[in-house]
Design a protein around this ligand. Sequence first.
Ligand code: SF4
Length: 382
Amino acid sequence: MEPLALYIHWPFCLAKCPYCDFNSHVRERIDQRRFAAALRAELAWEAARLGRRPLVSVFFGGGTPSLMEPATVAALIADATTLFAPVPDLEITLEANPTSVEAGRLAAFRGAGVNRISLGVQALDDTSLAALGRKHSAAQAIAALEIARGLFPRLSFDLITARPGQTLTAWRAELRQALALAADHLSLYQLTIEPGTAFEALHRQGKLVLPDDECAAALYDATGEEAARFGLLAYEVSNYASPGSESRHNLQYWRYGDYAGIGPGAHGRVTLGGALLATRRHRAPEPWAERVEAHGHGSTEETPVEGPERAREALLMGLRLAEGIDAVRFAARTGVTLDAALDPDILARALDAGYLARAGSRLRATPEGRKRLDALLAALVV
Ligand code: SF4
């Protein structure tokens, strides 16, 4: 049976951040009981058809899942570990924002069974945090990191780079401050302007100016250098970890393994009856809950992913990883050989230029290749 990662989406936030295009919603009042019951029902429905597969990871994402009741988190973990067959060192991650309210609940999440916390720090200076519309201060972020470090065996934090006005010196200082707090994992997001966000309107009016590509590249390089000083290596384009602390959940995505997505807007890739299905749940929270209440699930779409599309998806994911793609597993998973999925001329040129490297059955993008991965993939993948 294919090992499975489980993603659970909590779609609510305290406020909408102006750069965010995630499936997150603000409500005056959230019916916690209703959404807890719907998540549990949809999980049971998914498990009934997938069978008792090895479960390698549970990930509570959002939205802001640290706004969930800890009892709901505990119930979902209990359900997941009963309905599936958890591996002995099951990774259970919860994303949390470092507001004081959420930091006060961290101990309860640890008690619920969460063993890895991912803190949405985003920045460690108050001006940037205010500009990003965040509801916490730098001091609160540091306090939350310290609390989390005392509670959880594994701790990751997110930072946003290429922010307006960001300088290399300030970024290095900020990174060192964050890395010194002994996290084992860092996820870095480059600020981008997404359609439909408040930042898009400001950007269009010329009121929000992002660093140019050269500056963004320098910030990226500095991140790798600072992370390495603290023993965190770039194992993926935007993720750094001490050896052994890589996110097993995200590795399941990047290695193109099976994952089930539960909750509003959640996506999945699950093997069922020999087919690989792309699954998607209804995005809007209340209609999703109504569908679950009526049918046991909130699916809107389930499409088989055929060989060539599997190959494309596996390449887009796998070349993000420093370890790259294993050609044998690639062929077994997609039904397409690695060479057949790549443009031979572009492959030869990328190997010559040092953007790709081959060793044994593995193909990987080098650090230089990962810096220009989007352009490389666009040309390389047939
Ligand atoms: S807290 Fe996260 S998910 Fe919610 S609006 Fe902000 S960036 Fe988006």
